[in-house]
Write a protein that binds this ligand. Sequence first.
Ligand code: IPE
Ligand code: IPE
Ligand code: MG
Length: 247
Amino acid sequence: MDLKSEIDLDKLPQHIAIIMDGNGRWAKKHGKPRVFGHRNGVTSVREVTEGAAELGVKYLTLYAFSTENWSRPALEVTALMALLVDTVRKELKTLTENNIRLQAIGDLSKLPDRSRKALLEGIEKTKHHTRMTLVLALNYSARWEIMQAVKNIATQVEQKELNTNAIDEQVFENALSTAGMPDPELLIRTSGETRISNFLLWQIAYAELYFTPIFWPEFRKQHLYEAILNYQNRERRFGKISEQIEK
Ligand code: IPE
Ligand code: IPE
Ligand code: MG
């Protein structure tokens, strides 16, 4: 069955966020070390990036490394950071050919120099691309992001640039690292886990959540289409009742 042709392009989510999970379990299933799973996960990143861009999705945010992930064995953390450098360098050509802009959210200052440098270089070289924005969440934690926003706003108030009464949702959103991006309408998590793990807490207030048992290294375009079709078959009511929704 051709899932892609069933997608209603007029009802495409503008922003899809993905918690890429299950690399370790996938590797274990194949009798391989965890890093093998992370390496194979890169193919899935390429697939969804390409798949999303082909459809016309405007923003794709991928959770690549959480602040909590620093607690993993040192060897795994080092391997993940090295993989980041490699991947950004290798994929730069594909991003350019596909007119995709790279961005990152998270506390990048804590990344190893080499990884940060590769990342910033990728961001710089793709900054004029317009087809889709690929956002990597790296050393990301939603609570950290919210704290940063609070501090930023407090400073503006302190310096009399902003009135406390003027603080509204827009002001707050502008202080987040996702400023200017639409909220994700669809959040996908692979590997059968059904939690959020400190990802985009503010931004997913009204996102549709989609959980799949597929491990991340097995995730292909078809799985992305399945998730989008599932999303399109839901009724997004935003507090209203079914009869009030324009069909
Ligand atoms: C997701 O896969 C990748 C990262 C968190 C970096 P995991 O490494 O969490 O895989 P599992 O959950 O152990 O299977
Ligand atoms: C969440 O995956 C973070 C990323 C996908 C980068 P984890 O596998 O680290 O999440 P928890 O700790 O099991 O919730
Ligand atoms: Mg995991």
